[in-house]
Design a protein around this ligand. Sequence first.
Ligand code: HEC
Ligand code: HEC
Length: 379
Amino acid sequence: MTRRSSFLNACAHLSVLALVVTLTACSAPAAKTPAPVAPTATALPAPAAPLAGLPAAALKTQFPPIVPPPDNPTTPEKVELGRQLFYDPLLSASNAMACATCHHPDLGFSNAAAISPPRAGAPGRNVPTVWNAAFNRHLLWDGRVESLEAQAVDPLTMANEMAAAPAEIEAELRAIPAYVELFDAAFGGREQAVTFDNVTRALAAFERTLLSRNSPFDRYVAGDASALSPQEQRGLALFFSPQMHCAECHQPPTFAHETFRVVGVPSEDPGRAGVSPAGVRGAFRVPTLRNVARTAPYMHNGSLATLEEVVRFYADGAGRANGFPSVDPLLKGFELSPQDLTDLVAFLHALTDESGLPPVPQQALSGLPVAPRIASPAR
Ligand code: HEC
Ligand code: HEC
């Protein structure tokens, strides 16, 4: 064990704030530059955490409330309808593409491709997970959509995605008695309930149930000290350390943040600047790291193949090393031993929890085949 990692190990038993402070003190032996890590103007507030209490418990924070729009309260009937629709290729013009084709349940509700086809107003991008999308106030990499209901419209109708015409979807669904039953149970009104708007409502209701919040990390902070291995605990300490700054952007409990930051993977994508006059070019929403071990490749353009590559990219100073001028000031690079790398990646794996995966239909209600299950090597 290196001197630094034994240091970190010792420090891992402290509350977040104490952890940050202590690691600053502990970090001196191995810090790349002697300069103290001062908060910058753009630094995010430290993750909210109680000042006192048990060490790991201090990292336990409340998930934000899930607030469905007033006209779409979540009900079990709607969720069940949404689950069937999510997997049903009937919703696409070709009858060959479902939401689950790109948001595959065995790939962290993402897919293995670097990018998907471009959309109106946005270039081709990596498919983000929909696990915990319920907590996102801004959806998509550039945050241009603000509700799951509204978000469903694009993939359903875009020519290069599912390319469906709303009236056609309605007619096809109305012709299937099992769907009429489900729409009726969810919304009432028999055939009248089978509308495009209700399709988007049911999909959104289903997505709001895709919650991942019982990972080894969650069990550890809830008091089960054995939930994280010593290696994962070292990785946790690195993740929350003032050298690496990871937790300042990827804030628990979502490990995401509702801000747009420039990391700087080489890309022509304008990011937030493409959708908001106040947006910075190349800034993207801080994505969740929950179930991130399942969703390779990484970044908005899928340009980094593995979590190891992502961590090395940050260690090298992220886009700064590639000459990107506006890279976030938190991303100055850090020293990374081979041990640190495996420890940090082990911690990222400890953010995996798929216990809330609802049953995946073996066949769509329309009779069409659903995307075949994939044995996940990471599982
Ligand atoms: C062809 C692949 C593809 C299909 C099919 C598809 N999506 Fe997506 N989805 C994407 C891509 C790519 C993005 C990110 C686009 C961007 O950020 O500009 C995305 C983003 C999302 C997001 C935003 C997640 C977040 O946290 O920002 C949600 C929610 C979503 N899709 C739901 C759906 C639903 C529901 C369907 C079916 C109606 C669907 N998708 C079909 C590729 C796809
Ligand atoms: C300044 C804020 C910031 C800091 C600090 C930061 N990240 Fe990120 N992270 C982001 C943003 C923004 C993205 C998306 C960038 C893009 O797609 O171009 C991202 C993407 C990622 C991804 C890819 C997620 C995916 O689904 O594709 C991983 C993994 C990741 N970060 C891990 C880390 C780790 C580990 C650290 C600490 C070493 C860290 N991040 C520090 C903002 C940050």
